[in-house]
Design a binder for this molecule. Structure first.
Ligand code: NAD
Length: 353
């Protein structure tokens, strides 16, 4: 099992090293991981001038899976757009055709009070958001800022080809089949032609999955329903921009951005696995970042790329046990809990594993 390890910037190296320890500990069960580290993002800009250097490009192309920390930092915000850290990440997604972004939003019962929402609204929450990741307004052309009639005009293009919608819809229906067989497709078909096509194609694909209950929701309503009654959802599928916004909103239902993993898959289950949070420069280098989202990302890697369901569940159970033992990093710590650092959280996970 070949894994490219890309720690990235900010807290990236601290949290990724804990996730690597978890993977290494599984080798005693007979699993063999070949892990190689490379530069991506701001650290790559500093070292080579390129956020996605050739050596990294080669490594990720050859790997079965990629483990990523996070990229970015305010010191890079003034660079030309194509040299910014985020460009490295967008290029990997595009290069490897990682079109299906899976974001589970699971509330651990021990963290029910960490959320700003009432316990009765969120307890038992278990949603999967599937976001299309390689199309939509983030990649559409033409785009730019130009002078028009004496003033600056900014423009982007929201665009979906039907093949892109078919492919993400199939992924969503297949995953919904393995869960509660309820899929909600989110769009903005009342005002956007692009969304009209999205809805038409999802309805066509649904004919192949009569056992899955399909519903549709406009994105503004979905944003509202996610905080009003999030447990009505099981699997949500949506486009790149709507998914970007809704999945961050949903992450807050669980109380901490430091708990949520993600997977981005191609059509052969090669995947990029990363926490949903960013590089958190405000807490970098202090050994206080929560490594659990990254550790849970390795569980997703074992499940979706390597088909090692048992090992994935072991990691997830280890996280549950550590929370039940009241160990917390500062982002999820509450009175009466035992506050520990990033490395100590890694130790606790290994002990329970
Ligand atoms: P962020 O997710 O890095 O941080 C938001 C807040 O959450 C901060 O207060 C931070 O301290 C906290 N936080 C995040 N992860 C945490 C963890 N594991 N443990 C404890 N607390 C955690 O978002 P931001 O501050 O908007 O962005 C910082 C940088 O990260 C920017 O340069 C941004 O572009 C980049 N970014 C990268 C990715 C990525 O690599 N996928 C995603 C989002 C943002």
């Amino acid at each position: 099992m070949k894994i490219a390890v890309l720690p990235g910037d900010g807290i990236g190296p601290e949290i990724v090293s804990q996730a690597v320890r978890v993977l290494e500990s599984l080798t005693s069960d007979g699993m063999k991981f070949e892990m190689e580290t490379a530069l991506l993002g701001g650290c790559a800009v500093d070292a080579t001038g390129n956020p996605f250097p050739e050596a990294t490009r080669k490594l990720v192309a050859e790997a079965d899976a990629i483990l990523l920390g996070a990229v970015g930092g305010s010191q890079y915000d003034k660079l030309p757009r194509d040299q910014r850290p985020e460009q490295g990440l967008l290029s990997i997604r595009k290069d490897l055709n990682l079109f299906a972004n899976l974001r589970p939003v699971v509330l651990y019962s021990e963290l029910v009070n960490a959320s700003t929402l009432k316990p009765e609204v969120i307890s038992g929450l278990d949603i999967l958001i599937i976001r299309e990741l390689t199309g939509d307004i983030y990649f559409g052309e033409p785009r730019g800022i130009k002078l028009h009639d004496g003033q600056r005009l900014g423009f982007n293009t929201m665009i979906y080809r039907e093949a892109e919608i078919y492919r993400i819809a199939h992924v969503a229906f297949q995953i919904a089949r393995k869960r509660d067989r309820k899929l909600c497709s989110v769009d903005k078909m009342n005002v956007l032609e692009c969304s009209q096509l999205w809805r038409d194609v999802v309805i066509e694909v649904a004919k192949e999955y009569p056992d899955v209950e399909l519903s549709h929701m406009l994105v503004d309503n979905a944003a509202m329903q996610l905080v009003l009654n999030p447990k009505q959802f099981d699997v949500i599928v949506t486009g790149n921009m709507f998914g970007d916004i809704l999945s961050d909103e949903a992450s807050m239902l669980t109380g901490s951005i430091g708990m949520l993993p993600s997977a981005s898959l191609d059509d052969k289950s090669k995947g990029l696995y990363e926490p949903i949070h960013g590089s958190a420069p405000d807490i970098a280098g202090k050994n206080i970042a929560n490594p659990l989202a990254t550790i849970l990302s390795t569980a997703m890697m074992l499940r979706y790329t390597f088909n090692q369901e048992e090992a994935a569940v072991r990691i997830e159970n280890s996280v549950k046990k550590v929370l039940a033992q009241n160990y917390r990093t500062s982002d999820i710590c509450q009175p009466g809990m035992k506050e520990i650092g990033t490395t100590e959280m890694g130790d606790a996970i290994l002990k329970n594993l």
